[in-house]
Design a protein around this ligand. Structure first.
Ligand code: AMP
Ligand code: ZN
Length: 112
């Protein structure tokens, strides 16, 4: 399958890994949009939140809990932002579900 994040999971494309377990992989975004910009993804190929079902409930919870744990480890006690781009109008450019963890600067609203 021609999915860049599946290739990172498989190890055929390198990534700066932050955390890995049997279900989840976290790594630094290649084009960081904040001083800390980490992506948390399920190892299983899931296109987006729009494709998730009730069977993915535990996995989705794990993604968010992991993002929160990493934020703590990375010293983002003053706050951070979680973004899940979904579909073309959501600005999703990689079709493998990923949670953006952005921190280390003041975030603004509305986002772009
Ligand atoms: P989105 O545009 O919300 O779908 O997010 C995709 C993110 O993946 C972008 O922030 C990209 O910079 C990032 N990205 C794309 N290719 C790689 C890669 N090989 N390693 C790490 N991050 C990547
Ligand atoms: Zn994939």
């Amino acid at each position: 399958m021609d999915c860049i994040f599946c290739k990172i999971v498989a190890g055929t494309i390198p990534a700066k890994k932050v955390r890995e377990d049997e279900l989840i992989l976290a790594f630094h975004d290649i084009e960081p949009k904040a001083p800390k910009h980490i992506l948390v993804i399920p190892k299983k190929h899931l296109v987006s939140l729009a494709d998730a079902t009730a069977a993915d409930e535990a996995l989705l919870g794990r993604l968010l809990l992991t993002a929160g744990e990493i934020a703590r480890e990375e010293g983002l006690g003053k706050g951070y932002r979680i973004v899940i781009s979904t579909g073309p109008e959501g600005g999703q450019t990689v079709d493998h579900l990923h949670v953006h963890l952005l921190g280390g600067r003041q975030m603004h609203w509305p986002p772009g």
